[in-house]
Design a protein around this ligand. Structure first.
Ligand code: HEC
Length: 115
């Protein structure tokens, strides 16, 4: 019984470490593509685009759909009337490795994760 518990804790730790790696990688991509110019962690009047908090509210648990959006395969759901500003940005995220999509989607919905 003890062994099972230890294993469960160990597996939990590994899963957590992987989540941290994904968030880090996602943040790197986010900054490399200058997404942070328009997207702040929290809503503030100066930001052009929705905050990561707002993005998380709409996409947490639905990262697949978020990845489709980043690929240009799924329509915007947060602020469609202002999609004209976001659309040209998608050329940056159109052709990425699948793992990078996962990382970016994970980061974009990460405000409540790993806290
Ligand atoms: C020039 C400003 C600007 C930049 C740079 C920018 N965005 Fe946006 N983004 C917006 C605006 C404005 C919206 C709101 C329109 C919309 O919902 O599509 C938005 C919306 C979004 C959404 C929500 C989509 C939805 O369902 O409505 C996501 C996700 C997103 N951006 C991700 C990114 C990522 C990732 C990058 C970097 C590659 C990025 N943005 C760069 C302005 C920007």
């Amino acid at each position: 019984m003890k062994k099972v518990m230890l294993l469960t804790i160990l597996l939990g730790m590994i899963a957590n470490a992987q989540d941290m790696d994904l968030t880090k990688r996602g943040e790197q991509i986010f900054k490399k593509y200058n997404c942070n110019i328009c997207h702040a962690p929290k809503d503030d009047a100066a930001s052009v685009g929705p905050s990561l908090e707002t993005i998380a509210i709409h996409y947490l648990g639905n990262e697949r759909k978020l990845i489709d959006f980043l690929k240009g395969d799924s329509p915007p759901i947060i602020d469609p009337s202002r999609f004209g500003i976001m659309k040209p940005q998608l050329y940056k995220t159109k052709h990425m490795y699948e793992e990078d999509y996962r990382a970016l989607a994970y980061y974009l919905t990460s405000v409540h994760k790993n806290q």
